[in-house]
Design a protein around this ligand. Sequence first.
Ligand code: PLP
Length: 251
Amino acid sequence: MISLGRDDEQPAAPGDARTAELAQRLGAVRRRIETAIDASGRTELPRLIVVTKFHPAADVRRLAALGVTDVGENRDQEAAAKSADLADIALQWHFIGQLQSNKAKSVAKYASSVQSIDRLQLVDALAKAIAREQDATGRSDLDCFIQVGLDDDAGSHRGGASPSDVEVIAGRIESAPGLQLSGLMAVAPLGADPEAAFEKLAGISEALRAKHPTATGISAGMSQDLEAAVKFGATHLRIGSDILGSRPAVG
Ligand SMILES: *Cc1c(COP(=O)(O)O)cnc(C)c1O
């Protein structure tokens, strides 16, 4: 066999069938975002974070070849392995899942943002880990989003700090060198109207910005509800299944 100098583990050839599928799905999502932006009267496109959890590094490589610059992951072990595999390409890795404080050190090695900050203890752990990483490698500051819970009823809880705790967490982030307060992240409660949820989030964001004017980020909107998120000011969208397909079952 003639070697073409390409590792079989890393196909990402522009012509392969999976790349074509991803290109088509990514294009469809981009058109949905543009349509939603036009309908909202906004002019600036939100940042698209493609959520690649449970999908292989080869798919992330294909997406990068299609112009994707931002990827989201929700488990440290998986994100650490994929970002190491793909260290040769410039990607921003966003951590969007529940995070134990003892994983802060690992996340500090690859994440450009952590979007799921929900408690003071995690802020302190990240501050310490980033300080150490900055000493060792000179890495950039970590963009920090406070995840806020939007459900009124505890039965449908999908994580996040209570809105009344946002201000104290924001203050702690702002006082930590190496951490930048970017804004808020939320997941619409299951079974609830996403527009109502994201309208509530916009209100919480307005209150945050009154005290922290640069914390303008609103990370909201997934495959099912990106239009509602755009309507209520999302600056970051986190889209997984509509681009990558359904997630492979985990054994
Ligand atoms: C998985 C996940 C997403 C992406 O959801 P899709 O419905 O697959 O688009 C977004 N945000 C968070 C926090 C997630 O865990």
